[in-house]
Design a protein around this ligand. Structure first.
Ligand SMILES: NC(=O)c1ccc[n+]([C@@H]2O[C@H](COP(=O)([O-])OP(=O)(O)OC[C@H]3O[C@@H](n4cnc5c(N)ncnc54)[C@H](O)[C@@H]3O)[C@@H](O)[C@H]2O)c1
Length: 281
């Protein structure tokens, strides 16, 4: 038996490295730091060309310089993805630069937490906009490019970012939990409607990942979007939030953990999947 297995394995050619995405053009919103930046670095290391967007021009430029210094093909186009006119412009600029877009990662986001009775229309609205309207507008702006018969066979993949807050609800996050549940319906609809054009659409529903968003609020790092200052970060005394006992592996995820899920969804490893996956922690 052992001999037979040995003979068989001698005849098997080594499988292609399915984690390689050589030459694929990846556009990541909100990629100056956190999960988006880690994904940019990991996907670049697997052969992708990277287009970064962020509000924070300074950090985005640092991220791009480091990618370029490592020998990767990367550039950034900064601006506010919440602005209705910005998504089509961003898509156009990336296609002009790299000739196509293969993978869109709708990652830009923020919190603006408040208890239900203190949640204002403005806070609710802006969080719905960044996590639902913006991904919708980004995807719609790709319609002509991705439905073009000339691009029938190229890789076309969307990765949206949901959250366990959207799957299970979360204290103080009535706006964010609603929006992160909404992105799941959006994801499944894109998969259903555009599968025939060869488009895959997935969402990763992360739990607690250690980034600026979940660190204690830092008064020196104010996030102002559309003239509104966000309530960013999770206070250290938010006991429900800081409890790791209900996390299966007993620790928050790292940005590298989160980026690994994105590589899986971007690569041929998930070549037939259109789904929502639990991104861990
Ligand atoms: N950290 C977590 O625990 C966690 C869990 C689940 C889901 N998520 C989601 O992951 C994504 C990334 O979050 P993160 O934790 O890396 O946060 P982060 O704050 O580290 O990074 C978010 C980035 O998005 C950018 N951004 C925000 N608004 C923007 C806008 N209007 N236009 C352009 N860029 C904008 C910010 O400048 C920032 O660089 C978000 O969608 C978030 O909701 C995070």
């Amino acid at each position: 038996m052992a001999d037979r297995l040995f003979q068989l394995s001698n005849h098997l050619t080594p499988p292609a490295d399915l984690t390689r995405i050589d030459g694929q053009v990846v556009l990541i919103t909100g990629a100056a730091q956190g999960i988006g930046r880690a994904a940019a670095e990991l996907l670049a290391s697997r052969g992708a060309k990277i287009a970064i967007n962020d509000l924070d021009e300074k950090k985005a430029n640092v991220a791009v310089k480091e990618l370029q210094a490592a020998g990767y093909d990367a550039f950034c186009y900064c601006g506010d993805v919440l602005d209705v006119e910005f998504p089509p412009r961003l898509i156009k600029v990336v296609i002009e630069r790299f000739g196509r877009i293969n993978i869109l990662i709708n990652n830009a986001g923020f919190l603006n937490d408040a208890a239900i009775h203190k949640m204002t229309e403005e806070k609710f609205d802006i969080v719905m906009k960044i996590h639902n309207y913006t991904p919708f507008r980004m995807i719609r702006a790709l319609a002509n490019h991705w439905m073009d018969p000339a691009n029938r066979t190229m890789t076309k993949t969307v990765i949206n970012v949901s959250s366990t807050s959207g799957l299970h609800g979360a204290m103080g996050q009535i706006n964010y939990a609603t929006a992160k549940a909404g992105i799941i319906g959006l994801t499944k609809t894109v998969a259903a409607e555009w599968g025939r054009y060869g488009v895959r659409c997935n969402a990763a529903a992360y739990g607690w990942i250690d980034t600026r968003m979940t660190k204690p609020p830092n008064p020196d790092e104010k996030l102002v979007v559309g003239g509104q200052e966000m309530i960013s970060g999770i206070p250290l005394n938010a006991k429900k939030w800081r409890d790791t006992s209900d996390i299966a592996v007993g620790r928050p995820g790292t940005v590298e953990d989160a980026a690994g899920v994105m590589l899986f969804l971007a690569s041929p490893l998930s070549g037939c999947s259109s789904a929502v996956i639990d991104g861990g922690s």
